[in-house]
Design a protein around this ligand. Structure first.
Ligand SMILES: [Zn+2]
Length: 512
């Protein structure tokens, strides 16, 4: 009797534990992660055009977890950095993707975030691209490594960097658009040749379907097939439509989400960026391409619904950056801002020559960052820290320079009192970055026409961030969120390892 009692007592905690565990069923595994990035999409395009959205953006706004205060917590706010951050959770200091391009000291050449001189482009003539410069892992990489090697991970975009960087190193494929040929191309990094369905899609010559068409009043496509038509399609709403058609073939042919494992598809709609740069965010063209991408996304959701069932799909939508209004529009509204024209680094070169004598002291620049000529400085016994201070002092006198950071200052962590400083600090990579980081005043840009992005200010960093699908609590969320919170949140939902460089927060407020 006593033994029975003892046994019962011993078993009690186990029974209690089982009871407590019963409701904690593992979250439903999505069949597909559909990660959508719209290139250059301002947060305010959501409220501004909300009444006109009838497609995918409407579905996301109605049924998703919508962040009203999501920002890029990095600098510069450009395409490659945004796309390298969204599925890695890493900022440029760690990911190594410090810009769309930079100066590579090892080869003394300008490189892009994905340029791969050893690779071979598949499907057209030209330079190859691959994720080799990305130093960190992505969600796709960690999913495959976390016991799901059969998961397919594929990235597509009109831009190489938009396709390659979110997908990651172990991706099964990445496809992007080649303006010269009008084909979707890839690289021998992924396979020796593109699959037959890709070749068939290209052979069908879908670009021609847009010849002579008008996408917004006054903007008509060339009538003749060729590079001009290809570029015009890319720079209009039709570019998004074309990419969406490609995505539909891909989901069907690769059977994404239909194979009993979780697959990952990243889709980068690039045409919004091209339109925004040319016409500015307040133009009828930006309006048209925003409503247009809502339609493309609606068709993509319909395809996913019939192939996988949208309730089995974790959808994440975001943007790689926003954009500044056109300086001329700002001026007409009595707002600050303008164009910084002329040779930006002339005062820096002059100051170095005044101190150290004639010489090519700055051997390259990337954006507003100069790269000193280390070889010459070493030969002449120039103290680099002193040279940095000289350039910093003269650049601070520029009427439109807001802040200057030297390499020594950043490496010593001597600056971080607000978000602007921390965005710059967390984006400095000692091997790849230049010797100073120079930030202009708000709304000042260096483009001679149109507009651009790249600054650490809200008009460039405030982005949409929406989650929808299994395990997500719909609603509107006001707590601060960052683009680099997306990857750790997806990792938590999938219960897989964190991407290697992720510094983001799990957005647990949206998790059921
Ligand atoms: Zn972009």
């Amino acid at each position: 009797m006593r033994r029975l009692l003892l046994l019962t007592l011993l078993l009690l905690p186990a029974v209690a534990l089982l009871r407590a565990q019963a409701p904690q069923a593992p979250p439903q595994e999505p069949k597909l992660i559909l990660f959508v990035a719209i290139d250059q999409f301002r947060y305010d395009y959501l409220p501004r055009f909300r009444d006109e959205y009838k497609g995918g953006l409407k579905t996301l706004l109605d049924r998703g977890a919508v962040f009203a205060n999501a920002h890029l917590e990095h600098y510069p706010s450009v395409t490659a950095v945004g796309h390298s951050t969204m599925m890695s959770g890493a900022t440029p200091a760690i990911s190594g993707i410090i810009g769309n391009d930079w100066y590579d000291r090892e080869t003394s050449k300008q490189v892009t975030s994905v340029s791969d001189p050893l690779g071979k482009l598949l499907g057209a003539a030209g330079e190859a691209s691959s994720p080799k410069r990305l130093l960190v892992s992505t969600i796709g990489d960690e999913l495959k490594r976390s016991g799901s090697p059969d998961s397919k991970v594929i990235g597509i975009s009109m831009k190489d960097r938009g396709a390659i960087l979110p997908a990651g190193h172990m991706a099964d494929a990445a496809y992007w658009f080649d303006n010269a040929s009008g084909a979707f191309v890839s690289s021998d990094y992924y396979f020796p040749q593109t699959p037959a369905w890709v070749q068939a899609f290209n052979a069908a010559g879908h670009v021609k379907e847009y010849a002579g068409k008008t996408w917004v009043a006054g903007r008509t496509m060339p009538t003749e097939p060729g590079p001009k038509l290809n570029a015009a399609v890319y720079g209009s709403s039709y570019g998004n439509d074309l990419l969406e058609s490609f995505a539909e073939d891909l989901i069907r042919e690769e059977k994404l989400g239909q194979r009993g494992v979780t697959d990952v598809l990243t889709v980068g709609f690039s045409s919004n960026d091209s339109v925004g740069h040319t016409y500015g965010p307040d133009s009828p063209e930006a309006h048209a391409v925003s409503v247009g991408v809502d339609g493309s996304l609606g068709r993509l959701f319909a395809a996913v619904e019939s192939a996988v069932g949208i309730e089995n799909v974790l959808v994440v939508l975001t943007a790689d950056h926003s954009v500044s209004p056109l300086p001329e529009v700002l001026e007409s509204q009595k707002m600050p801002g303008g164009r910084v024209l002329g040779d930006f680094f002339a005062p820096a070169r002059a100051a170095l020559e005044a101190k150290y004598g004639p010489g090519n002291w700055i051997e390259a620049t990337a954006g507003t960052s100069p790269y000193f000529n280390y070889k010459l400085m070493d030969e002449q016994g120039v103290d680099r820290a002193e040279a940095e201070d000289i350039v910093a002092a003269v650049m601070r006198e520029h009427p439109q320079v807001a802040r200057v950071y030297t390499r020594q200052q950043i490496l010593a962590g001597r600056a971080a009192y607000d978000a602007i400083d921390s965005r710059v600090l967390r984006s400095f990579n000692p091997q790849r970055s230049g010797d100073l980081e120079i930030v202009l005043n708000p709304f000042w840009i260096r483009s001679t026409s149109g507009t651009t992005h790249g600054s650490p200010y809200n008009y460039d960093t405030h982005i949409p961030l929406i989650f929808m699908g299994p395990g997500i609590k719909p609603g509107r969320y006001y707590k601060a969120a960052a683009l680099n919170d997306a990857a750790p949140t997806i990792a938590a939902l999938l219960d897989i390892e964190m991407p290697s460089g992720s510094l983001g927060r799990i957005l647990d407020e949206i998790i059921k």
